[in-house]
Design a protein around this ligand. Sequence first.
Ligand code: FES
Ligand SMILES: [Fe+2]
Length: 409
Amino acid sequence: MHKGPIMDLQRISALFEQRREGHTLPQALYTQAESFDFDMAAIFGQSWLMAGMECELPKAGSYISMMVGKWPVVITRDKEGTIRAFHNSCRHRGSMICALGSGTTPKLVCPYHRWTYDLDGSLFAAGRMDSSFDKSEHGLKPVAIECISGTIFICLSDTPPPIDDFRAKLTEYAAPHNLKDAKLAYESVLVENANWKLVMENGRECYHCSTGHPELSKTFPVGMSKHFDSGHDERVVAFEAQMDALGLPQTPVEGHYWQIARFALNEGCVSISGDGQHLSKKLMCDANGGDIGSMRWAVDPHCFVHCTADHAFMFSAMPVGPNETHVTGKWYVHKDAVEGVDYDVEKLIALWTVTNLEDKALAENNQLGVNSLGYTPGPYSQEAEMLAQRFTDYYCDKARDYIATHGKG
Ligand code: FES
Ligand SMILES: [Fe+2]
């Protein structure tokens, strides 16, 4: 292996050796450029990441062009309906082929010298090349992809982590929500001046919610402890029995990098919304009149999704630099829901928009304090921050695996 990265890995490895169990991470892991490069290679380059939903590629030729950190990826749907993902880098001289965003195109055409690719990634045309040039050797490099119950996951590694258990469980839990029949109603990107791990730790605990999110607290059971454990609250026990009777999976399940559960919202609430009522009249799941709590899954390192009967909300944090993270929010409703009739976009996005802005302020303030000469890793609440600790434990496991595989020098 090249000498530089070996030296880097030695320094990084020492940081993980300092990690104190049950505590936040050593400072350098939240602040240094070298740690950021490591996170991209060891975490974002090695994990299944949620790109969005199949409904964002509604027809033949639909594509989504997105960034995973500094790495551009394009996802396409061909005439047969097959969805594929590729590195968005031309096999000629490497230009990014599709500009960021989404759209429809019969072929992918590089803007530089017009090399043209089919939607299956094969090189269709390349002008003025020698007769010895072999087009079949210059197709787009594929990215691993899994479409599960209407969702799309990608992995940039040539050896993706196992996904069978997650696929089986998400298929079962998401089935009642008909995500293939959804449409993207709104998408926003929030730039947060904080390390991605601070953004994610914030997103994995509700210790801060009762004071930090007065709006969310109206509908969301912010006092839950552990993994969606509400203790033996009679109302929650009755909810779980009711979901079981309806055949709607509710028991919390988890694997190394994922968790799925359905949980009861606060009393009288049927959606995660400003007033607890549905935000779209056309339901994605009409079981029990749309009173089915929230089915929530989270995938490390970067996302969570809440599905209530009326809409789904996806949160995805993508690192951009050591102290910069882009948080994408996507709101989905039933594909037949009509804007202005069945739902109002402003109302649909209001709660998570204000919540994400509150979290942005908390994460940015967290970063300022973590930069302090006085910062030292602090203890997580075992009652209220189990999922934040689970996230940093996952991060350390994954990092140590990468270091073990790629050598410490
Ligand atoms: S870099 Fe794409 S055609 Fe030249
Ligand atoms: Fe929050």
